[in-house]
Design a protein around this ligand. Structure first.
Ligand code: AMP
Length: 179
């Protein structure tokens, strides 16, 4: 597919970063390419172009960059989901699975009203532990999670399948095999 090849060429791969065996998919090159950045944002939201979206939730930190652009594109508000201890007002918190152990993410308790339609955004989905935690957090405060959007899918790690099993439609623009 032309679009996928085009955008894929804008992603830089760094082998063995941050540790041996990991192929790090670096989207800073895509973000730095005006045409690729615009195209990625347009394509991410394409299925929801005509529907009403109240909020876009972005996962720290690369999800903030994409999520802000996506929110602007669909005329929605933006909500940050952050690592614990960073948000100043009252928060709700959710544990999520990391490769070794767990961590916690937070959002402001009043960031989203009950039944608001929300799109979740991050750069990449791997095992899906991070996105699963974010969906649970959003649902905990009553959000209607309409979709989760990622530029990159690592399908061998099963994250997108995990989200779909939670009844969350998943949109990704390209896939890479392996880790
Ligand atoms: P996961 O919770 O396993 O789905 O991991 C997703 C999070 O880890 C995302 O926020 C990604 O930015 C980051 N991540 C995981 N694997 C990679 C990779 N191979 N290259 C770049 N970022 C990654």
């Amino acid at each position: 597919m032309v679009l996928e090849d085009d955008l894929k060429a804008a992603v830089r791969t760094i082998p063995d970063y941050p540790k041996p065996g990991i192929m790090f998919r670096d989207i800073t090159t895509l973000l730095g390419d005006a045409r690729a950045f615009r195209r990625a944002v347009d394509q991410l939201v394409h299925p929801w172009a005509g529907s009403k979206i109240d909020k876009v939730a972005g996962i720290e930190a690369r999800g903030f960059i994409l999520g802000g652009a996506v929110a602007h594109q669909v005329s929605a508000g933006f909500v940050p989901i952050r690592k614990k201890g960073k948000l100043p007002h009252q928060t709700v918190r959710m544990a999520y699975a990391l490769e070794y152990g767990t961590d916690e993410m937070e959002m402001h308790v009043d960031a989203i009203a009950k039944d608001e339609r929300v799109i979740l955004v991050d750069d990449l989905i791997a095992t899906g532990g991070t996105a699963e935690g974010a969906v649970k957090l959003l649902r905990q405060i009553g959000a209607n999670v309409v979709a989760a959007c990622f530029i990159i899918d690592l399908p061998d790690l099963g994250g997108a399948a995990k989200l779909r099993a939670m009844d969350v439609p998943v949109r990704t623009l390209m896939a890479f095999g392996g880790h």
